[in-house]
Design a binder for this molecule. Sequence first.
Ligand code: ADP
Ligand code: MG
Length: 399
Amino acid sequence: MNIHEHQAKDLLRQYGVPTTGGGVAFTPEEAEKVAQGIETDVRVVKAQIHAGGRGKGKFKEPEAGEKGGVRFAKSAAEARELAEQMLGRTLVTEQTGPAGRVVRRLYLTEAAGIAKELYLSALVDRASSRVAFIASTEGGMDIEKVAHETPDKILTLTVDPATGLQPFHSRKIAFALGLKGDQIKECAKMIGGLYKLLLEKDVSLLEINPLIITNDGHLNALDAKISFDGNALFRHPDIVALRDETEEDPMEIEAAKYELSYIKLDGSIGCMVNGAGLAMATMDIIKLYGEEPANFLDVGGGASKEKVQAAFQIILSDPSVKGILVNIFGGIMRCDIIADGIVAAAREMAITVPLVVRLEGTNVDLGKEILAKSGLKIVPADDLADAAAKITSAIKAAA
Ligand code: ADP
Ligand code: MG
């Protein structure tokens, strides 16, 4: 789960990491009010979306003006004008894809005097099973380019969980960031805070880009992005409260209500599968047969009629779905029950695209009989390859 920059900065401050002050605004009126409370002459108005690259982004609507998602206002009245331009408009950045994201809230903050922009992040590194810190002197808006072209300018440091964070870790990071004097102490304090935050809140990724050295020589987190491990959210109601569902795929939210794991993809074949491994194999074989899956959907072990129905509804609500492949292994759940669910769902909902069903496992013959007797246009398949061949040729024939 991701949160907005302004929320991430509130958390950072709680863990002793310095950030610029300010507040969030949902309307131009609120923006003006928050701007009035900011003491610097210049205020920064920042679009809050769950994607980076805002500074270099562009709004789709001409009314939003030429500038990107990070703008400077010399007065509270100007902050209000900028808010009027940006709110409700669609910001397209390198990370949003061409569809962009609608800006529904702004963060107004003090403008910082920037002497240098650095990069600092921390994440759970699966390869080493450790927390890793990544630091570079080349912070700012082009870090991806730095990683690609001059990887030697990036330090990666992992922390052994048995010993935890040690003073040498932060010294190494401070050195890699080119810090001097008191900045090294500030860095140690910051690294300590970030490590604590990461562990206490089950953070999976935390990125400060840029981390700046201010004109008067202090460290400050000017941008912040934090992602949390979804599997650990049950122990962090305070984090769940920060969720902004408008930033998430509405179908993924709907799927979560039925405990279906659903992820939207770009292809044309809707998949309904039980078990993540089988879902992966199904997606692979669809690709092997020259098509692309429209989604990953795991209905789980106990696929009830209601679940199967909800799964169909979710798949069918995606206009790019040109055919559906159901691939279910009846282990805990028997094939006849699955077949009943499929038939009931298919009866109640107008399924206008080709539907191929492959069942295997307990009571498979009974299941196949139920499908055959249903009178519905369901194409049965015997195995994975047969199913993939049938669905890909069916959608080709339909097109
Ligand atoms: P993004 O990463 O989405 O582009 P950032 O918050 O990193 O957004 O902002 C982009 C750039 O805008 C920063 O690299 C920095 O140069 C400038 N900027 C952002 N916030 C401030 C601020 N409070 N004061 C001064 N400059 C800022
Ligand atoms: Mg940034």
